[in-house]
Write a new protein. Structure first.
Lengths: 304, 65
């Protein structure tokens, strides 16, 4: 297989573009896709201060790497979830990544913050682990970004993540979620920081390829709490369709963003957002979901 | 050849070579879109021929949660 651009041996085929690239031209393709996403959706500019939410996995470290290389002011933010050896290995990967690049990294430990790890927290509040973890992450991303004066939060969500979420939302007709699904979640209320997904045009295979070719040492193993997750099943199903018809995932997602989402606009709930009585973070109620979760877990909440 | 699939549970397969990457993936029942194939720190494309004495890693690219 030869590189579509230069004829040298290819290392990454991209069937949906009927193309294959050598390392050099794959990097060029990868950077172009990220820059196109940033520009088309006005995600941020070189003047903005960016907080990249990193987990130690390929997607978040790849997006941090590409933003640093493109010259953006991108600091990392890592949450040590306190999930046994998995979290220890993830922490090590993130610390090494930041040290090798001389990049700024903020770290928050769930155990140090609340006195218990994610598994215990979820058990105490009788929530699925991924649900408690997700709530915790979203809360901490916004809080740390606000306190640090960042303009935007970057996450490593990719084309497969977004296509799987879309499939799930369509299968369950979650019309409110369909109205909101986007590569950009604007800061729609005071104290809410804008969130963006610069990798949404790239597949997981392309991102894993980028990480290996760039020598990024990421955590390969799956989070033990995510075993059997529905999102992984949806990704497998979408990849089977992709094998049969290359480009299916991209046309499903991009077609929805360009022509489908507008039809769900009226489903977007108009809610009043106010500061949480306990922590001051934005919420639609009196006390935010995160503070309520901590209260149920018996964790002391400031202002309570 | 020795084929290591590191996750979800690390497994090592012995497959008779030489074979093309696509044939190896077909044998393992893994679509190329879901994995990357690594041989001596290089990525292999589906048409690449893998010699019998090689040790390769078929690394799933899908993550979730």
């Amino acid at each position: 297989m030869k590189c579509t651009k230069c004829g040298e041996p290819a290392v990454v085929p991209i069937r949906r573009h009927n193309a294959a690239f050598c390392t050099e031209h794959f990097f060029e393709y990868f950077d172009n896709q990220v820059q196109r996403a940033i520009k088309e959706h006005r995600m941020f500019t070189p003047d903005d201060r960016i907080l990249v939410a990193v987990s130690g996995g390929k997607d978040s470290l790849a997006v941090w790497d590409v933003l640093l290389r493109l010259g953006y002011q991108a600091d990392g933010f890592y949450i040590d979830l306190g999930i046994g050896d998995y979290s220890k290995r993830s922490t090590e990967k993130v610390l090494n990544f930041a040290a090798e690049r001389g990049a700024n990294l903020r770290v928050v430990s769930v155990e140090e913050e609340y006195g218990l790890g994610t598994r215990e927290l979820a058990r105490k509040v009788r929530r699925p682990a991924c649900s408690a973890c997700g709530l915790n992450k979203r809360y901490l991303f916004n809080k740390v970004a606000l306190e640090g004066g960042y303009d935007v939060i970057v996450t490593g969500h990719n084309l497969d993540d977004e296509a799987a979420t879309l499939l799930s939302n369509v299968l369950h007709w979650n019309t409110g979620y369909l109205a909101r699904q986007s590569p950009v979640l604007e800061a729609s209320a005071p104290n809410l920081v804008k969130k963006v997904k610069p990798l949404y045009r790239l597949t997981e295979r392309e991102i894993a390829s980028y990480a290996v070719l760039r020598g990024i040492d990421y955590i390969v193993e799956e989070c033990p709490m995510a075993k059997g997750a529905k999102s992984i099943q949806y990704k497998h199903i979408l990849n089977q369709l992709e094998e049969l018809s290359p480009g299916t995932k991209a046309s499903f997602l991009f077609g929805f963003l360009e022509r489908g989402r507008e039809h769900f606009e009226e489903e977007r709930e108009q809610v009043e957002v106010r500061p949480c009585r306990l922590c001051g973070q934005p919420t639609t109620g009196d006390i935010c979901a995160h503070c309520r979760m901590l209260q149920r877990a018996g964790v002391a909440v400031a202002g309570d | 050849m020795k084929v290591t699939v590191p996750i979800p549970v690390r497994k090592v397969y012995e497959i008779k070579g030489p074979k093309r990457v696509q044939e190896i993936l077909d044998e393992l029942g893994l679509p190329y879109e879901s994995v990357i194939v690594i041989y001596e720190k290089r990525l292999l494309t589906p048409d690449a021929r893998v010699p019998d004495e090689a040790e390769i890693e078929v690394r799933p690219a899908i993550s979730g949660g």
